[in-house]
Design a protein around this ligand. Sequence first.
Ligand SMILES: Nc1nc2c(c(=O)[nH]1)N[C@H]1C(S)=C(S)[C@@H](COP(=O)(O)OP(=O)(O)OC[C@H]3O[C@@H](n4cnc5c(N)ncnc54)[C@H](O)[C@@H]3O)O[C@H]1N2
Ligand code: MOO
Length: 418
Amino acid sequence: MPFEPPPLRNDCFALPAGVDWTPVDDALALLRDRMTPVVGTETVPLMQAQGRVLARDLVAKRSNPPHPNTAVDGYGFAGDAIGEGPQTMPLVNGRAAAGAPFAGSVPRGHAIRVLTGADLPDGVDTVVLDEDVRIGDGQVAFRGPLKRGANTRKAGEDVVAGDNALRAGRCLTPADLALAAAVGHGALDVRKRLRVAVLSTGDEIVEPGTAAGDGQIFDANRPMLLSLCASFGFDAVDMGCAPDDRSAVRDALDMAAAQADVILTSGGASAGDEDHISALLRETGAMQEWRIALKPGRPLALGLWNDAPVFGLPGNPVAALVCTLIFARPAMGVLAGAEWRDPQGFSVPAAFEKKKKPGRREYLRARMRDGAVEVFKSEGSGRISGLSWADGLVELPDGAVHVSPGDPVRYIPFSAFL
Ligand SMILES: Nc1nc2c(c(=O)[nH]1)N[C@H]1C(S)=C(S)[C@@H](COP(=O)(O)OP(=O)(O)OC[C@H]3O[C@@H](n4cnc5c(N)ncnc54)[C@H](O)[C@@H]3O)O[C@H]1N2
Ligand code: MOO
Protein backbone atom coordinates (compact mmCIF):
# COMPACT_ATOMS: atom_id res chain seq x y z
CA MET A 1 0.00 0.00 0.00
CA PRO A 2 1.39 3.47 -0.83
CA PHE A 3 2.46 5.51 2.14
CA GLU A 4 0.08 8.48 2.26
CA PRO A 5 -0.66 10.99 5.03
CA PRO A 6 -4.12 11.01 6.68
CA PRO A 7 -6.78 13.47 5.42
CA LEU A 8 -7.41 16.78 7.15
CA ARG A 9 -9.91 17.00 10.01
CA ASN A 10 -13.41 18.16 9.20
CA ASP A 11 -13.10 21.21 11.43
CA CYS A 12 -9.68 22.24 10.16
CA PHE A 13 -10.87 25.68 9.12
CA ALA A 14 -13.05 26.39 12.17
CA LEU A 15 -12.57 29.75 13.85
CA PRO A 16 -12.76 29.95 17.66
CA ALA A 17 -16.33 30.65 18.87
CA GLY A 18 -17.28 34.32 18.92
CA VAL A 19 -14.71 35.42 16.38
CA ASP A 20 -16.22 37.77 13.84
CA TRP A 21 -13.78 39.88 11.86
CA THR A 22 -10.61 37.85 12.00
CA PRO A 23 -7.31 39.75 11.92
CA VAL A 24 -5.00 38.53 9.12
CA ASP A 25 -2.36 37.28 11.56
CA ASP A 26 -4.92 35.22 13.52
CA ALA A 27 -6.23 33.69 10.28
CA LEU A 28 -2.68 32.84 9.24
CA ALA A 29 -1.87 31.35 12.66
CA LEU A 30 -4.96 29.14 12.40
CA LEU A 31 -4.02 27.93 8.94
CA ARG A 32 -0.49 27.25 10.08
CA ASP A 33 -1.75 25.26 13.01
CA ARG A 34 -4.36 23.18 11.16
CA MET A 35 -2.73 22.36 7.83
CA THR A 36 -0.76 19.12 7.47
CA PRO A 37 0.82 17.45 4.44
CA VAL A 38 -1.69 15.57 2.25
CA VAL A 39 0.68 14.21 -0.39
CA GLY A 40 2.80 11.05 -0.31
CA THR A 41 6.46 10.70 -1.27
CA GLU A 42 8.45 9.47 -4.26
CA THR A 43 12.10 9.24 -5.29
CA VAL A 44 13.23 11.35 -8.25
CA PRO A 45 16.58 11.75 -10.02
CA LEU A 46 18.56 14.68 -8.62
CA MET A 47 18.56 16.36 -12.02
CA GLN A 48 14.76 16.55 -11.95
CA ALA A 49 14.30 17.63 -8.35
CA GLN A 50 14.35 21.43 -8.75
CA GLY A 51 11.25 23.00 -7.18
CA ARG A 52 10.24 19.77 -5.43
CA VAL A 53 9.74 19.54 -1.65
CA LEU A 54 12.33 17.45 0.18
CA ALA A 55 10.53 14.67 2.08
CA ARG A 56 13.30 13.77 4.57
CA ASP A 57 16.34 15.47 6.04
CA LEU A 58 19.23 15.00 3.63
CA VAL A 59 22.27 13.54 5.40
CA ALA A 60 25.66 14.14 3.76
CA LYS A 61 27.11 10.80 2.59
CA ARG A 62 30.45 12.46 1.97
CA SER A 63 32.23 15.57 3.21
CA ASN A 64 32.66 18.64 1.02
CA PRO A 65 35.46 18.92 0.18
CA PRO A 66 36.11 15.21 0.65
CA HIS A 67 39.90 15.71 1.02
CA PRO A 68 42.18 18.64 1.83
CA ASN A 69 43.03 20.30 -1.50
CA THR A 70 44.58 23.34 -3.05
CA ALA A 71 42.46 26.41 -3.79
CA VAL A 72 44.92 27.81 -6.36
CA ASP A 73 47.50 26.87 -8.98
CA GLY A 74 50.93 27.10 -7.32
CA TYR A 75 53.52 25.18 -5.29
CA GLY A 76 52.82 23.15 -2.17
CA PHE A 77 55.08 22.41 0.79
CA ALA A 78 55.08 21.94 4.58
CA GLY A 79 54.14 25.35 6.03
CA ASP A 80 56.22 25.04 9.17
CA ALA A 81 59.41 24.66 7.09
CA ILE A 82 59.53 28.32 6.06
CA GLY A 83 60.11 31.60 7.86
CA GLU A 84 60.22 35.29 6.92
CA GLY A 85 62.01 36.79 3.89
CA PRO A 86 63.29 35.08 0.72
CA GLN A 87 62.74 31.29 0.52
CA THR A 88 64.16 28.80 -1.97
CA MET A 89 63.03 25.18 -2.17
CA PRO A 90 64.00 22.31 -4.44
CA LEU A 91 61.10 21.00 -6.54
CA VAL A 92 60.03 17.38 -6.35
CA ASN A 93 59.50 15.65 -9.70
CA GLY A 94 55.88 15.28 -10.68
CA ARG A 95 52.75 17.25 -9.86
CA ALA A 96 49.35 16.98 -8.22
CA ALA A 97 46.28 17.85 -10.34
CA ALA A 98 42.53 17.60 -9.75
CA GLY A 99 41.63 13.97 -10.43
CA ALA A 100 45.33 12.97 -10.66
CA PRO A 101 46.79 13.00 -7.14
CA PHE A 102 50.53 12.72 -6.45
CA ALA A 103 51.17 9.24 -5.12
CA GLY A 104 54.46 9.90 -3.26
CA SER A 105 55.36 12.01 -0.29
CA VAL A 106 56.98 15.49 -0.37
CA PRO A 107 60.01 15.76 1.93
CA ARG A 108 60.07 18.65 4.40
CA GLY A 109 61.82 21.67 2.85
CA HIS A 110 60.81 20.58 -0.69
CA ALA A 111 57.93 21.86 -2.85
CA ILE A 112 55.71 20.36 -5.56
CA ARG A 113 53.68 21.74 -8.46
CA VAL A 114 49.96 21.71 -7.57
CA LEU A 115 46.90 22.65 -9.63
CA THR A 116 43.59 24.01 -8.29
CA GLY A 117 41.40 21.28 -6.81
CA ALA A 118 44.22 18.73 -6.44
CA ASP A 119 44.30 16.69 -3.21
CA LEU A 120 47.22 17.92 -1.08
CA PRO A 121 50.04 15.34 -1.37
CA ASP A 122 51.46 13.77 1.76
CA GLY A 123 53.82 16.32 3.41
CA VAL A 124 52.00 19.39 1.97
CA ASP A 125 49.71 21.70 3.95
CA THR A 126 50.45 25.14 2.47
CA VAL A 127 50.46 26.52 -1.09
CA VAL A 128 52.11 29.60 -2.58
CA LEU A 129 50.35 31.21 -5.54
CA ASP A 130 51.84 31.00 -9.08
CA GLU A 131 51.85 34.81 -9.30
CA ASP A 132 54.12 35.06 -6.21
CA VAL A 133 56.95 32.70 -7.31
CA ARG A 134 59.89 32.52 -9.61
CA ILE A 135 60.95 29.13 -11.05
CA GLY A 136 64.41 28.14 -12.22
CA ASP A 137 66.95 25.40 -12.00
CA GLY A 138 64.60 22.86 -10.42
CA GLN A 139 63.79 25.30 -7.63
CA VAL A 140 60.97 27.61 -6.55
CA ALA A 141 61.69 30.98 -4.92
CA PHE A 142 59.23 33.23 -3.08
CA ARG A 143 58.97 35.54 -0.07
CA GLY A 144 57.82 34.48 3.36
CA PRO A 145 56.09 34.54 5.66
CA LEU A 146 53.13 32.46 4.51
CA LYS A 147 50.48 31.39 6.98
CA ARG A 148 50.41 27.66 7.49
CA GLY A 149 47.47 26.27 5.50
CA ALA A 150 47.46 29.28 3.12
CA ASN A 151 45.57 28.76 -0.16
CA THR A 152 44.26 25.35 0.83
CA ARG A 153 40.80 24.01 1.69
CA LYS A 154 40.28 21.69 4.63
CA ALA A 155 38.38 18.41 4.30
CA GLY A 156 34.77 19.01 5.40
CA GLU A 157 35.24 22.77 5.83
CA ASP A 158 31.91 23.19 4.00
CA VAL A 159 29.94 20.09 5.05
CA VAL A 160 31.05 17.10 7.16
CA ALA A 161 29.84 13.59 6.24
CA GLY A 162 26.91 12.71 8.51
CA ASP A 163 25.75 16.36 8.81
CA ASN A 164 22.21 17.34 7.92
CA ALA A 165 22.82 19.13 4.64
CA LEU A 166 19.19 20.04 3.90
CA ARG A 167 16.03 19.93 6.00
CA ALA A 168 12.83 18.08 5.17
CA GLY A 169 10.19 20.50 3.90
CA ARG A 170 12.61 22.57 1.91
CA CYS A 171 11.60 23.52 -1.61
CA LEU A 172 14.67 22.56 -3.61
CA THR A 173 16.56 25.35 -5.37
CA PRO A 174 19.22 24.94 -8.07
CA ALA A 175 21.84 25.58 -5.35
CA ASP A 176 20.31 22.80 -3.19
CA LEU A 177 20.81 20.38 -6.09
CA ALA A 178 24.49 21.38 -6.25
CA LEU A 179 24.79 20.75 -2.50
CA ALA A 180 22.97 17.40 -2.65
CA ALA A 181 25.21 16.30 -5.53
CA ALA A 182 28.38 17.42 -3.73
CA VAL A 183 27.56 15.38 -0.64
CA GLY A 184 26.92 12.21 -2.60
CA HIS A 185 23.25 12.00 -3.64
CA GLY A 186 22.04 11.10 -7.13
CA ALA A 187 18.33 10.74 -6.29
CA LEU A 188 16.17 12.47 -3.69
CA ASP A 189 13.08 11.54 -1.68
CA VAL A 190 10.56 14.28 -2.39
CA ARG A 191 6.88 14.88 -1.85
CA LYS A 192 4.55 14.03 -4.70
CA ARG A 193 3.45 17.22 -6.38
CA LEU A 194 0.37 18.83 -4.87
CA ARG A 195 -2.46 18.79 -7.40
CA VAL A 196 -4.50 21.99 -7.33
CA ALA A 197 -7.80 22.18 -9.17
CA VAL A 198 -8.82 25.65 -10.34
CA LEU A 199 -12.50 26.34 -10.96
CA SER A 200 -14.21 29.57 -11.97
CA THR A 201 -17.88 30.13 -11.28
CA GLY A 202 -20.45 32.56 -12.59
CA ASP A 203 -23.05 32.77 -15.40
CA GLU A 204 -21.34 35.89 -16.73
CA ILE A 205 -17.93 34.23 -17.23
CA VAL A 206 -16.92 33.11 -20.75
CA GLU A 207 -13.74 31.55 -22.15
CA PRO A 208 -11.01 34.05 -23.09
CA GLY A 209 -10.87 34.63 -26.83
CA THR A 210 -14.46 33.57 -27.52
CA ALA A 211 -17.31 35.89 -28.43
CA ALA A 212 -18.73 37.65 -25.37
CA GLY A 213 -22.28 38.93 -25.35
CA ASP A 214 -23.82 41.71 -23.28
CA GLY A 215 -23.33 41.15 -19.59
CA GLN A 216 -20.58 38.57 -20.14
CA ILE A 217 -16.94 38.92 -19.11
CA PHE A 218 -13.88 36.88 -19.97
CA ASP A 219 -12.50 34.47 -17.39
CA ALA A 220 -9.46 36.33 -16.10
CA ASN A 221 -9.05 34.49 -12.80
CA ARG A 222 -8.51 31.01 -14.20
CA PRO A 223 -5.45 31.73 -16.37
CA MET A 224 -4.00 33.76 -13.50
CA LEU A 225 -4.60 31.10 -10.83
CA LEU A 226 -3.54 28.14 -13.00
CA SER A 227 -0.25 29.76 -13.92
CA LEU A 228 0.29 30.96 -10.36
CA CYS A 229 -0.10 27.41 -9.02
CA ALA A 230 2.27 26.10 -11.67
CA SER A 231 4.81 28.73 -10.62
CA PHE A 232 4.49 27.49 -7.02
CA GLY A 233 5.62 24.07 -8.29
CA PHE A 234 2.18 22.44 -8.10
CA ASP A 235 0.30 20.48 -10.75
CA ALA A 236 -2.49 22.82 -11.77
CA VAL A 237 -5.65 21.10 -12.99
CA ASP A 238 -8.00 23.17 -15.12
CA MET A 239 -11.62 22.54 -14.12
CA GLY A 240 -13.09 25.18 -16.42
CA CYS A 241 -15.98 27.36 -15.39
CA ALA A 242 -19.27 26.32 -13.76
CA PRO A 243 -22.46 28.34 -14.24
CA ASP A 244 -24.44 29.73 -11.28
CA ASP A 245 -26.34 26.51 -10.85
CA ARG A 246 -26.14 24.53 -7.63
CA SER A 247 -25.97 21.08 -9.20
CA ALA A 248 -23.47 22.15 -11.86
CA VAL A 249 -21.19 23.60 -9.17
CA ARG A 250 -21.67 20.43 -7.10
CA ASP A 251 -20.65 18.24 -10.08
CA ALA A 252 -17.64 20.46 -10.75
CA LEU A 253 -16.50 20.20 -7.11
CA ASP A 254 -16.96 16.40 -7.21
CA MET A 255 -14.76 16.19 -10.31
CA ALA A 256 -12.20 18.57 -8.83
CA ALA A 257 -11.95 16.57 -5.57
CA ALA A 258 -11.52 13.35 -7.57
CA GLN A 259 -8.61 14.79 -9.55
CA ALA A 260 -6.83 17.05 -7.08
CA ASP A 261 -5.64 17.45 -3.48
CA VAL A 262 -6.82 21.06 -3.12
CA ILE A 263 -9.48 23.14 -4.88
CA LEU A 264 -9.27 26.86 -5.63
CA THR A 265 -12.52 28.41 -6.77
CA SER A 266 -13.21 32.02 -7.59
CA GLY A 267 -16.56 33.80 -7.43
CA GLY A 268 -19.62 32.96 -5.41
CA ALA A 269 -17.73 33.16 -2.13
CA SER A 270 -19.92 35.66 -0.34
CA ALA A 271 -23.47 35.16 0.85
CA GLY A 272 -25.56 36.45 -2.11
CA ASP A 273 -28.35 34.52 -3.90
CA GLU A 274 -25.91 33.17 -6.49
CA ASP A 275 -23.05 32.43 -4.11
CA HIS A 276 -23.18 28.67 -4.60
CA ILE A 277 -19.67 27.83 -3.43
CA SER A 278 -20.32 29.02 0.11
CA ALA A 279 -23.84 27.51 0.09
CA LEU A 280 -22.57 24.09 -1.02
CA LEU A 281 -19.68 24.05 1.40
CA ARG A 282 -22.10 24.96 4.15
CA GLU A 283 -24.20 21.90 3.20
CA THR A 284 -21.24 19.60 3.87
CA GLY A 285 -21.06 20.92 7.40
CA ALA A 286 -17.38 21.74 6.97
CA MET A 287 -17.86 25.24 5.62
CA GLN A 288 -16.23 28.12 7.39
CA GLU A 289 -16.81 31.61 6.21
CA TRP A 290 -13.82 33.65 7.16
CA ARG A 291 -14.57 37.31 7.30
CA ILE A 292 -11.05 38.54 7.38
CA ALA A 293 -10.20 42.08 8.37
CA LEU A 294 -8.52 42.63 5.04
CA LYS A 295 -8.82 44.73 1.91
CA PRO A 296 -9.17 43.48 -0.75
CA GLY A 297 -10.42 39.96 -0.24
CA ARG A 298 -12.92 40.10 2.58
CA PRO A 299 -15.06 37.06 1.82
CA LEU A 300 -13.00 33.87 1.84
CA ALA A 301 -14.98 30.62 2.00
CA LEU A 302 -13.05 27.68 3.39
CA GLY A 303 -14.24 24.10 3.63
CA LEU A 304 -13.66 20.49 2.78
CA TRP A 305 -15.29 18.86 -0.22
CA ASN A 306 -14.87 15.05 -0.21
CA ASP A 307 -11.81 15.55 2.03
CA ALA A 308 -10.22 18.10 -0.33
CA PRO A 309 -9.66 21.53 1.20
CA VAL A 310 -11.42 24.25 -0.79
CA PHE A 311 -10.29 27.85 -0.88
CA GLY A 312 -13.34 29.77 -2.08
CA LEU A 313 -11.70 32.94 -3.33
CA PRO A 314 -13.59 36.16 -3.96
CA GLY A 315 -14.47 36.76 -7.61
CA ASN A 316 -12.84 40.15 -8.02
CA PRO A 317 -9.46 39.36 -9.64
CA VAL A 318 -7.43 41.60 -7.33
CA ALA A 319 -9.03 40.05 -4.25
CA ALA A 320 -8.59 36.56 -5.74
CA LEU A 321 -4.87 37.14 -6.22
CA VAL A 322 -4.30 38.75 -2.82
CA CYS A 323 -6.18 35.95 -1.00
CA THR A 324 -4.23 33.33 -2.94
CA LEU A 325 -0.86 34.90 -2.12
CA ILE A 326 -1.55 35.75 1.50
CA PHE A 327 -3.63 32.72 2.61
CA ALA A 328 -3.77 29.93 0.05
CA ARG A 329 -0.07 30.04 -0.84
CA PRO A 330 1.41 29.29 2.61
CA ALA A 331 -1.40 26.83 3.40
CA MET A 332 -0.90 24.96 0.12
CA GLY A 333 2.82 24.89 0.83
CA VAL A 334 2.16 22.94 4.04
CA LEU A 335 -0.34 20.65 2.27
CA ALA A 336 2.47 20.00 -0.24
CA GLY A 337 4.80 18.96 2.60
CA ALA A 338 6.83 22.19 2.75
CA GLU A 339 7.63 24.29 5.79
CA TRP A 340 5.27 27.19 6.49
CA ARG A 341 6.81 30.23 4.87
CA ASP A 342 6.08 33.85 5.63
CA PRO A 343 6.83 36.01 2.60
CA GLN A 344 9.90 38.14 3.18
CA GLY A 345 9.04 41.82 2.89
CA PHE A 346 11.29 44.88 2.98
CA SER A 347 10.96 48.19 4.72
CA VAL A 348 11.31 50.81 1.99
CA PRO A 349 10.46 54.51 1.64
CA ALA A 350 6.97 55.27 0.28
CA ALA A 351 6.63 57.33 -2.89
CA PHE A 352 2.95 57.96 -2.09
CA GLU A 353 0.55 59.45 0.45
CA LYS A 354 -2.25 57.40 2.01
CA LYS A 355 -4.55 57.68 5.02
CA LYS A 356 -6.01 54.46 6.35
CA LYS A 357 -8.61 53.78 9.05
CA PRO A 358 -7.98 51.21 11.78
CA GLY A 359 -9.57 47.74 11.82
CA ARG A 360 -8.24 45.97 8.77
CA ARG A 361 -5.04 45.23 6.94
CA GLU A 362 -4.67 46.57 3.42
CA TYR A 363 -2.66 45.37 0.45
CA LEU A 364 -1.93 47.84 -2.34
CA ARG A 365 -0.58 46.97 -5.77
CA ALA A 366 2.95 48.34 -5.77
CA ARG A 367 6.29 48.50 -7.52
CA MET A 368 9.78 49.77 -6.72
CA ARG A 369 11.14 52.69 -8.72
CA ASP A 370 14.34 54.62 -7.91
CA GLY A 371 14.63 53.22 -4.37
CA ALA A 372 11.04 54.05 -3.32
CA VAL A 373 7.78 52.13 -3.63
CA GLU A 374 4.90 53.55 -5.64
CA VAL A 375 1.30 52.29 -5.59
CA PHE A 376 -1.26 51.86 -8.35
CA LYS A 377 -3.51 54.86 -9.00
CA SER A 378 -6.68 52.95 -8.03
CA GLU A 379 -7.62 50.48 -5.32
CA GLY A 380 -10.56 49.08 -7.36
CA SER A 381 -10.71 45.33 -6.85
CA GLY A 382 -11.64 44.65 -10.48
CA ARG A 383 -8.79 46.68 -11.98
CA ILE A 384 -6.72 43.89 -13.45
CA SER A 385 -4.35 46.29 -15.25
CA GLY A 386 -3.03 47.30 -11.82
CA LEU A 387 -2.05 43.71 -11.05
CA SER A 388 -0.10 43.57 -14.25
CA TRP A 389 1.44 47.01 -13.54
CA ALA A 390 2.62 45.89 -10.07
CA ASP A 391 5.73 43.92 -9.09
CA GLY A 392 4.47 43.28 -5.57
CA LEU A 393 2.27 44.50 -2.73
CA VAL A 394 2.54 47.15 -0.05
CA GLU A 395 1.19 45.82 3.24
CA LEU A 396 -0.37 48.44 5.50
CA PRO A 397 -0.83 47.33 9.14
CA ASP A 398 -4.19 46.63 10.86
CA GLY A 399 -4.16 49.92 12.80
CA ALA A 400 -4.67 53.46 11.49
CA VAL A 401 -1.81 54.94 9.50
CA HIS A 402 -1.04 58.09 7.66
CA VAL A 403 1.73 57.37 5.19
CA SER A 404 3.60 60.37 3.77
CA PRO A 405 6.22 60.24 1.01
CA GLY A 406 9.52 59.03 2.50
CA ASP A 407 7.88 57.10 5.38
CA PRO A 408 8.98 53.44 5.65
CA VAL A 409 6.36 50.90 4.50
CA ARG A 410 6.47 47.11 4.04
CA TYR A 411 6.89 46.03 0.42
CA ILE A 412 6.54 42.36 -0.53
CA PRO A 413 7.71 41.53 -4.07
CA PHE A 414 5.60 38.93 -5.89
CA SER A 415 8.75 36.78 -6.10
CA ALA A 416 8.64 36.41 -2.28
CA PHE A 417 5.58 34.19 -2.68
CA LEU A 418 7.18 31.73 -5.10
N1 LIG B 1 -23.72 43.10 -0.11
C1 LIG B 1 -22.41 42.82 -0.27
N2 LIG B 1 -21.95 42.67 -1.50
C2 LIG B 1 -20.64 42.42 -1.68
C3 LIG B 1 -19.78 42.32 -0.56
C4 LIG B 1 -20.32 42.48 0.71
O1 LIG B 1 -19.60 42.39 1.74
N3 LIG B 1 -21.64 42.72 0.82
N4 LIG B 1 -18.44 42.12 -0.77
C5 LIG B 1 -17.93 42.56 -2.04
C6 LIG B 1 -16.57 42.09 -2.19
S1 LIG B 1 -15.41 42.87 -1.24
C7 LIG B 1 -16.23 41.13 -3.09
S2 LIG B 1 -14.57 40.73 -3.36
C8 LIG B 1 -17.22 40.41 -3.88
C9 LIG B 1 -16.95 38.93 -3.73
O2 LIG B 1 -18.02 38.25 -4.20
P1 LIG B 1 -18.00 36.78 -4.73
O3 LIG B 1 -16.80 36.06 -4.30
O4 LIG B 1 -19.29 36.20 -4.40
O5 LIG B 1 -17.76 36.96 -6.28
P2 LIG B 1 -18.80 37.26 -7.42
O6 LIG B 1 -19.93 38.07 -6.90
O7 LIG B 1 -19.10 36.02 -8.11
O8 LIG B 1 -17.89 38.16 -8.34
C10 LIG B 1 -17.37 39.41 -7.94
C11 LIG B 1 -16.84 40.14 -9.19
O9 LIG B 1 -15.77 39.41 -9.75
C12 LIG B 1 -16.04 39.10 -11.11
N5 LIG B 1 -15.48 37.77 -11.43
C13 LIG B 1 -15.87 36.62 -10.89
N6 LIG B 1 -15.17 35.59 -11.42
C14 LIG B 1 -14.34 36.12 -12.33
C15 LIG B 1 -13.37 35.57 -13.21
N7 LIG B 1 -13.14 34.24 -13.25
N8 LIG B 1 -12.68 36.39 -14.01
C16 LIG B 1 -12.93 37.74 -13.98
N9 LIG B 1 -13.82 38.32 -13.14
C17 LIG B 1 -14.53 37.52 -12.34
C18 LIG B 1 -17.52 39.10 -11.19
O10 LIG B 1 -18.01 39.28 -12.50
C19 LIG B 1 -17.88 40.25 -10.27
O11 LIG B 1 -17.74 41.49 -10.93
O12 LIG B 1 -18.51 40.67 -3.45
C20 LIG B 1 -18.77 42.08 -3.23
N10 LIG B 1 -20.16 42.25 -2.95
O1 MOO C 1 -12.63 41.43 -1.63
MO1 MOO C 1 -13.40 42.69 -2.29
O2 MOO C 1 -12.50 42.66 -3.75
O3 MOO C 1 -12.37 43.38 -1.00
O4 MOO C 1 -13.26 44.25 -2.87
